[in-house]
Structure formats: C-alpha cells, structure tokens
Design a protein around this ligand. Structure first.
Ligand code: TRP
Ligand code: SF4
Length: 408
C-alpha cells in the first residue's frame, strides 16, 4: 500500500456489537467512506473493549467481530485504501496501555462521565472492574499507538479523546525532556536547508512571542516536508516549536461526527435497543414490510383525514431520502389528504432498497468467502503492527526498558 506520510492519519474504532443498521451507515460509515479516500485511515474493531463489558458472556464477540467486518466492507470500506484490523491482533496496543497506566491518575478515569453512566445503566453485570475503569485509557492506546492526528467520533466520545490528549501531554512532559535536548535541536536544525532553518526559527519566534496560531501551523507544515530528518529529530523540533520537550506521542484531535441524521422507524434515534432499525443486510421484502407498518401522524386515522408531516416519522425519512419535488408532493398531499400514507411511503421504500442493494450484494459475497475476511484483517494487522512497533520502540526507550529490542 502506498500511503503518503503527508496525509493526515485518522483512526477510529467500533465495538463488535453485531450486525450494523442504517443508523450506523448514515451516522458513521458514510463519513469513514469519505475519509478513506484522502486520509491515511485506520479502522479498528475493538474486541478488547467488548470484553470490558461482556467478560461474562464472551461467546458472541467472535461472531460479532465478523459481522461488523462484513458490514464495513459491504458498506464500501476498502482494504486497499484503509487499514482495517481487529484490535487484539495488534498486541503492541496492550503493552502501550500497560505503560500508560503507570502515569494515569485514577481520578482522571473515575471522573469520566461515561464510566459513571454505564455503570448505572448496565446493572445486570458487575462493572466494578479494573478493565472497565481502564476503557478510555485503552482507547487512548488505540489512538496513540499509531500516532493518529484525527479521531472521528460521536459527541459522547469527545471526553475520551480529551483524555487521550491529556495522557499524551503527560507522557511527553515526563519523557520528552532530557539532558541532550539542546544538542539534538542544534543537530536537527543543522540538517535543514539554511533557508528552511531560518524560516523555522522565524515562525517559532512569531508563535512563541506573539502567539500567532498561523505561524505554528506553517512551521508544522514546513517540518512535515523535511524528509531528511529522523523521526526523533522531527519530534524534538516539533516540541521545541511550542516551547515544549520532544513530542513522542502527538495529541489527537476529535473530529465530531454530526448527530444521527437518520431516525428509526418510530422517529426516535435508530438503535438496536429500541427495536426500530433497518439492518444493512435487511431483505427487500422486510424493508417494505417495516416501512409499510411504521406509524404515521396519529391524527390521520382515516384516509380522508389531513395530516401534518412534521408530526410523522415517515417525513423524517423523506428528509433524508427524497428530492425536493417528492418532498413537495408529500407536504401538499399529506396536508390536503390528497395522498394516502402507503402511497407516501413508497418512494422511501424504493430509495432505501436502492441504497441497500449494492450493500447486500457485497455482504453476500463476503459471507461466502470467510477466508477472504481472515486475509483482510491479517494484512491490516500486519501493516498496523509495523507502525505500532516503531511507536513502542520509542516508548520503551524513553521509559527506560528498551533492552528487549530483539524480542518480538
Ligand atoms: N469507545 C468507542 C465507542 O464506544 C470505540 C473505540 C475504541 C474507539 N477505541 C477507539 C473510537 C479509538 C475511536 C478511537 O464508540
Ligand atoms: Fe406521514 Fe406521509 Fe401519511 Fe403524511 S401522508 S402522515 S407524511 S406517511
């Protein structure tokens, strides 16, 4: 795979909770499909995270992992464009998680709103475990092991990305300053073209003295193009730019995914737990049946009663699927009782079935080729491990346990 190092690195993960529905498609996957075209993308099925809540019922995880993978590929994620992998197949992440745990204050984890909420919500199991408390730290390790710059997530996950930033900052603060700092900076600067070095110093000064964010950005870009620098020299110059030590683990940025665009069959958010979903592999007859039986404006009891689209969940689907002329037809026809509800639903049924057709076909192809799935994640894990090993070599070195060098 030829992925240019200039592209921004993106990582995101999904828990293996079983087959995916249209809510996942419109809320998450379509966004990933765009990203994979012009970013260096890493998409991870986080089976260890599943264990943090399902350690008593582990049988399903193995099944769910493959279901998620099939749905990802069916939706159009492409292993030739993105690294697609299973979390547990990159063991370096567990090592990073362990080392980061040494410097993670308990309070940072205990304060996570997701920690409190989930423990209160999932009362059917005991979540007073070490692993569950560490859930967000494991997520930080997922991100930091490949030094991802951007993490597309929903609103509820922003606190976890913020934690990852704080952990990275703490790590760099503890281990990014050493007695050779000035020597290495001078040495690295000497390896730049004199003009570039001068430009770097000017921009650095402008940022540190005048706080111009633009100067920082320009200098960061300048650095990225200095391919003659070693990774370590790059990290020193990157940190020096901001008046800090070496940046070993860069702080990731959350890329907020817009709130669910697609409502469920009852108008609430589409979610497995509400039983209001249309699955990506739903058969056409089943889609038709589900939409035909979905509720409409409760005031429209008889065909002759006029209705109000704003009070009808079918209208929410039209907003996503229909062109302006169809929407106009719905608005007028509903309010004047000119069209019936089944008539109104037909364009939505057609649009969804049309959208799902290629997805179903691709899913079927992968269902019939399980060996191919194995190959895809094996190749994904191998590529990710190449990056992960580089990160761990640096991390081990700065925390003083780099003697295991030759052991794989
Ligand atoms: N916690 C995320 C969720 O529940 C899943 C996840 C695990 C993740 N590791 C990640 C998301 C790393 C982004 C990056 O949705
Ligand atoms: Fe809903 Fe359409 Fe029926 Fe109006 S006509 S109530 S928008 S299904």
């Amino acid at each position: 795979m030829t992925i240019s190092s200039k592209k921004q690195r993106v990582l995101s993960g999904m828990r293996p909770t079983g087959r995916l529905h249209l809510g996942h498609y419109h809320g998450v996957l379509k966004n990933w499909l765009h990203l994979q075209n012009d970013h260096d993308c890493y998409f991870c099925i986080v089976d260890w995270h599943a264990l943090t809540t399902h350690y008593e019922t582990v049988q399903a995880i193995n099944v769910h992992v493959w279901e998620v993978l099939i749905d990802w590929l069916a939706a159009g994620l492409d292993a030739n464009k993105a690294h697609i992998f299973i979390q547990s197949q990159v063991p370096e992440t567990a090592e990073l998680h362990l080392l980061l745990s040494m410097l993670t204050p308990l309070g940072w984890l205990e304060r996570m709103p997701t920690y409190k909420e989930q423990r209160e919500k999932l009362t059917d199991r005991d979540l007073s475990t070490y692993g569950f408390l560490g859930y967000p730290l494991l997520q930080a390790a997922d991100i930091l092991i490949v030094k991802a710059g951007v993490v597309p997530v929903g609103e509820d996950q922003v606190v976890h990305i913020e934690l990852a930033r704080e952990i990275a900052r703490r790590f760099n603060h503890l281990y990014g300053k050493d007695e050779n700092f000035n020597t290495i900076i001078q040495q690295a600067l000497a390896r730049l073209e004199p003009k570039q070095a001068e430009q770097y110093s000017k921009l650095r000064k402008r940022y540190l003295e005048k706080g111009e964010p633009e100067a920082l950005q320009k200098a960061q870009t300048l650095l990225k193009y200095q391919t003659q620098l070693t990774t370590v020299e790059f990290e020193y110059l990157e940190g020096y730019l901001e008046g800090k030590g070496r940046i070993i683990l860069p702080e990731p940025q959350a890329l907020l995914t817009e709130a669910a665009k697609l409502p469920g069959l009852d108008g609430q958010k589409m979610s497995k737990s509400y039983g209001n979903t249309i699955m990506l592999r739903e058969a056409p007859e089943s889609v038709t049946h589900k939409i035909r039986t979905m509720p409409t404006d409760p005031a429209r009891i008889r065909r002759t009663d006029p209705g109000e689209p704003e009070k009808c969940p079918v209208w929410d689907l039209h907003k996503v699927y229909s062109k302006p002329d169809v929407k106009e037809w719905v608005q007028k026809g509903c309010r004047s009782a000119g069209i019936g509800c089944l008539e109104c639903k037909q364009p939505v049924i057609d649009a969804i079935n049309q959208e799902l057709q290629p997805i179903r076909e691709r899913a079927q192809y992968y269902e019939q080729n399980p060996a191919l799935l194995q190959d895809i994640v094996a190749a994904g894990a191998e590529a990710v491990r190449t990056e992960a090993k580089k990160t761990m070599a640096e991390v081990r070195q700065v925390v003083g346990i780099n003697y295991r060098g030759k052991v794989d």
